[in-house]
Write a protein that binds this ligand. Structure first.
Ligand code: WQD
Length: 321
């Protein structure tokens, strides 16, 4: 199978590429290197530098006997999506429509898409399964929600088969050290904890310690990118075997609080995390965890890399090198 991985030089994308290469699939990466990094390139993959807004370059990439597309290229800063929706509409919606149309034009009928827990918004019950109402509270989440609707229509009208993978909190780094590029300006918890440890940041602000949780801080479901990579391979196999289009959650079904993450990091690295409590961040639910029952049943997928020890140590190894 020849897979075109759009956004395959980024943080999650490069882990996905590694998983595909390890499964002996043929990989071409299409990436504009806006956040993707050359240091994440693998010798066994082919790389095309191009933008999803460049329709002719995208069509050209898609015309080379591509069997399936994995589309990960998107803007992903939730806060920024609320102040600059235009950027998110252009890249995450218009860009993704370009991908769909290029697939359609070139008769590529299998798509695995990077979706997000952000499609659910504030959880109405836990763990969140795929039947949970979709009620995104950020424009970022809306872009993912919206694209899932487009895929359903392209399935009906053009026979496109898709698996939309709704990642919960993606964390960790490849344990063999094959991915070394650090995300620049990450707004996420674990990278910020790491930057505090290495001195790149002065202090971590813990957003809220008055939530109704076991220690007052927010609880999230952190899933290792190597486990995400394996799910993409399994989703391609599923589509190749004629599987129906669907959305699947990818999470561990367990929650870790912000303070637990800090304490565990201190324990494992032997260093103190300099942090202070700060006001709640708007839009943060107190707790969100996934039901990944469907991914287990349908893909035969099981997270095996997502222990707190592994997510922290695999990240620390890269930040501390
Ligand atoms: C985790 C926890 C923060 C930074 C986001 C998106 C979601 C999905 C995954 C992409 C929260 C707390 C964080 C800090 C803190 N994105 N925190 N201080 O918001 O759960 O999920 O990434 O698909 O849609 O919303 O992730 O890493 O930002 O935060 O206290 O400096 O850490 O409040 O409880 P989040 P996060």
């Amino acid at each position: 199978m020849h897979v075109l991985v759009i956004g395959g030089a980024g943080y999650i994308g490069s882990h996905v590429v590694k998983a595909l290469l390890d499964a002996n699939l043929e990989v071409t990466v299409y990436d504009n290197l806006s956040t993707g990094l050359k240091i994440n390139f693998f010798d066994k993959a082919r790389y095309l530098v191009g933008d999803i807004l460049d329709v002719s370059a995208l069509n050209e990439a898609m015309s080379k006997n591509v069997d399936a597309v994995i589309h990960l290229a998107a803007k992903k800063a939730v806060g920024e999506s609320m102040t600059n929706p235009e950027k998110y509409a252009l890249n995450n919606i218009a860009g993704a429509i370009n991908v769909l149309n290029a697939m359609s034009q070139n008769n590529v009928r299998m798509l695995v898409f990077s979706s997000s827990a952000a499609v659910y918004g504030e959880p109405q019950y836990l763990p969140v399964d795929e039947e949970h109402p979709l009620n995104p509270v950020s424009f970022y989440g809306f872009t993912k929600y919206d694209m899932e609707r487009y895929f359903q229509w392209y399935d009906r009208l053009k026979g496109l088969k898709f698996v939309s993978l709704r990642y919960f909190n993606a964390v960790g780094y490849d344990e063999t050290g094959a991915v070394r590029g650090l995300e620049q300006n990450s707004q996420n918890l674990l990278p910020i904890v790491m930057e505090t440890l290495t001195g790149k940041r002065d202090k971590l602000k813990v957003f809220g310690n008055d939530y109704d949780t076991r220690d007052g801080t927010c609880i999230r479901d952190y899933i290792h990118v190597t486990d995400l990579g394996a799910a993409h391979v399994a989703a391609l196999r599923y589509l190749q075997q004629g599987g129906e289009s669907r959305a699947l959650n990818l999470g561990t079904e367990t929650g870790i609080s912000v303070l637990e993450m800090i304490k565990k990091t201190e324990e494992l690295t032997g260093r103190k995390v300099n942090y202070e409590f700060a006001p709640r961040r708007p839009g943060d639910p107190a707790v969100i965890t996934a039901s990944a029952r469907k991914a287990r049943e349908i893909l035969g997928w099981e997270p095996t890399h997502s222990s707190p020890e592994n997510i922290i140590l695999s990240t620390w190894r890269v930040y501390n090198s």
